[in-house]
Design a protein around this ligand. Sequence first.
Ligand SMILES: O=C(O)CCC(=O)C(=O)O
Ligand SMILES: [Fe+2]
Length: 279
Amino acid sequence: MSPLLTQQQKFDFEQDGIVKLPNVIEENLLTRLNQCFEWSIANPGPIAVGNPRGDNINFLDNANPKAYKMYSDLVLESNFGAIAAELWDSEYVGFFAEQVFLKQGKSLPTYWHQDTVYWPLGGEHWANFWIPLVEMTKEQSVRIVRGSHKGIMYDGSTFNPKDPTEPLWGAAGNFPRLPDITADLEKDPSSWDIAGFDVAPGDLVILHPHSIHSGGKNDDTLAIRRNLVLHFFGDKSYYSGHLPDAPGMYDHKPLSEGGDGFLQDGDLYRPASMIRANP
Ligand SMILES: O=C(O)CCC(=O)C(=O)O
Ligand SMILES: [Fe+2]
């Protein structure tokens, strides 16, 4: 099989934590992705945030259990699993969950954060397949602090517009508060090394979920912002005990190890309930 990624693209993901694969999603798959997106908007899951209707929309859905089958069927029809396997040189690729972003009118950015401080999972082999369903500039799409996927874990954001670095775990955890990257960049655009891309439907952006990243919002040139994120994991993905035992934004039930016990820090993450995304 001919390679799906160049050595340079693999290198960029490894070094920077983000890479754009231009025009790799063909028409049929794009149509299916749009259909799934529409289904998710019409059927919000239990931890969806915001109202998907109205003039001003800030809607985000996350890991809707009722959507898992639909998205995993789509993943199996696509070459996403093969792309992830090649990206990491991984034998195993699992599909974890979807995220759905819809913004319209007076919307908010997705404030700077790392996904890894919201879930008890870690390791090198994680990737967000960030899929634009409309054209966006690099300011409107997803951006990361270059190389931050190899760096420390900051506390999460509560996504409070009045205080975007408000700590998620606070005293319960042991994480430094997020720096105010937005404010720093406003003062000095070179204060942080930011990586991102102009994108169009058909492009695929892959970022590591431990990278510090943010998403844009609507402006004069972007009436409706629509994108999907599909999360994948590979050989080097582990259960991780880094989250404090405290109520956070999401409920962290212990995860079964398949028998009577629960996953412990450092155990391989291979839930039988999740589909293997590559052949
Ligand atoms: O697109 C966005 O607004 C944010 C994306 C994001 O947070 C993610 O891919 O995890
Ligand atoms: Fe994120």
